[in-house]
Design a protein around this ligand. Structure first.
Ligand code: PMT
Length: 416
């Protein structure tokens, strides 16, 4: 799948450097030409000879080791690359990339390349959470650099938390998606809800909320670009929906419920990003209400909970047929994790994406979001502040690995 592609693999100095050998081996067995650059720190963890043997090319470690007089090595590698992958990426290389430093072979090549860049961070949990590292990751994300999220688990430093290098197979899947154009949602039908429902009082007044639809639109757009056939069920939104998706307009919660339930049996995945009003006016007047006494009381009645209905339907139909993978959102301002886990279980979602909408750069109306994703096992993915579109892509990548229809992993490919 990677025949004819040249991948420059940058390895930096962390204990996870040993996993880069497996990554290199897998890429070679998929047909890629792999050109390895190691930092001095990386060579303390794993020998260049290992990578040379696996890649069948000399390993570059020193900017000044210009053994071929006909080329300038770092420019040659930068130009040859179809993709530059840094795995593992330490806090140090991430900082250098964010600030444009070029003081060794890898950082110089990264500045010189015009190829897409993919980084797989790996470090101690507290280092990863440090605002300096998060800020640098945000800068890289805003420049279009792609990431393979770190995993959560036992870290070499003894801590348990987020910071493990993603598994080599997972990195290979992302690389194949980027280079071979394999679209992880090809052939999948997905439904996304977006926007804030409006609950009418009369022909000119309604109750609604601050949802702009941007998160749902980003999810629909990303799913479309990852190959899915997308149905976007949207309530009130601030802008026009993305092109290339089927749009179903459903202003109110009740209309949204009907549209979603009708299409549910056909879907491979459902993403409930809409902000649905929990209540609607008990009475919808046919004519404009006239001004009356000094105060007035509105009677509201509960709306159906669409996500709950989907969860119930899934449970009732799960044995007899394949049901869609269901992802809910939770917009919270306090006790985010507790509420998120409660909604995940109560509404029977496969995953739940929590956003603390009181945080700057998260939630309603903004172009960015900050999310934690929960599954039955607890926190599965934590995404720092970044454009909603990037968040959406990573959420779909996660779903395409976890859904029942996800492709089998190529365990055991290559000699390592
Ligand atoms: O649209 P943006 O401006 O980009 O903002 C994005 C967002 C903040 C709206 C989005 O990220 C988000 O959090 N959407 C869910 C908002 C919400 O309604 O959260 P909730 O915690 O009240 O509901 C939990 C889940 O149940 C949601 O998936 C919601 O769609 C669903 N729900 C809620 C009530 C209801 N009656 N029916 C539902 O289906």
């Amino acid at each position: 799948m990677l025949e004819g592609k040249t991948i420059v693999l940058g390895i930096t100095g962390g204990i996870a450097a040993y996993k880069a050998a497996t990554l290199c081996s897998r890429l070679v067995s998929h047909g890629a030409q792999v050109r390895v650059i190691m930092t001095e720190g990386a060579t303390k963890f794993i020998s260049p000879l290992t990578l040379q043997t696996l890649s069948r090319h000399p390993v570059a470690t020193d900017t000044f080791d210009e053994h071929d007089a006909s080329v300038v090595q770092h420019i040659d590698l930068a130009d040859a690359a179809d993709l530059v992958v840094v795995a593992p990426a330490t806090a140090n290389i991430i900082a250098k990339m964010a600030h444009g430093l070029a003081d060794d072979m890898l950082s110089t090549t990264l500045l010189a390349t015009t190829a897409p860049v993919l980084i797989a961070p790996a470090m101690n949990v507290h280092m990863l959470q440090h605002p300096a590292v998060q800020g640098n990751l945000e800068v890289l994300g805003s420049r279009g650099i792609s990431f393979v999220e770190s995993g959560t688990g036992q870290l070499a430093c003894g801590y348990v938390g987020k910071g493990r290098l993603a598994e080599p197979d997972e990195i290979v899947e992302v690389i194949i998606g980027m280079l071979a154009g394999r679209k992880p949602l090809a052939g999948r039908k997905v439904l996304v809800t977006a926007g804030g429902t409006i609950e009418r009082l009369d022909p000119v007044r309604y109750i609604t909320n601050d949802s702009s639809g941007k998160m749902g639109f980003a999810l629909a757009e990303a799913a479309r670009d990852l190959g899915a056939d997308v149905t976007l069920v949207c309530a009130r939104t601030d802008g026009p929906p993305p092109a290339g998706v089927t749009v179903v307009k459903t202003p109110s919660a009740e209309e949204m419920l009907a549209a979603v339930m009708e299409r549910l049996p056909d879907m491979d995945a459902v993403f409930k990003a809409a902000a649905v009003a929990d209540y609607r006016p008990a009475e919808k007047r046919e004519n404009k209400m006239k001004k009356g006494p000094e105060t007035m009381t509105l009677e509201l009645v509960r709306n159906p909970d669409i996500l709950q209905e989907i969860g119930n339907w899934k449970q009732a139909n799960g044995g007899a047929r394949r049901t869609p993978f269901v992802v809910g959102f939770a917009a919270e301002t306090t006790d985010v994790e507790r509420h998120a886990l409660d909604k995940l279980a109560r509404k029977r979602c496969d995953l739940l994406v929590a956003n603390d909408v009181s945080q700057e750069g998260a939630g309603f109306g903004s172009d960015t979001n900050i999310v934690n994703v929960y599954g039955a096992e607890g926190l599965v993915l934590s995404l720092a502040r970044q454009p909603k579109r990037l968040i959406a892509e990573q959420l779909w990548q996660l779903i395409s690995r976890r859904a029942a229809w996800a492709p089998e992993r190529s365990e055991g490919a290559g000699p390592l």
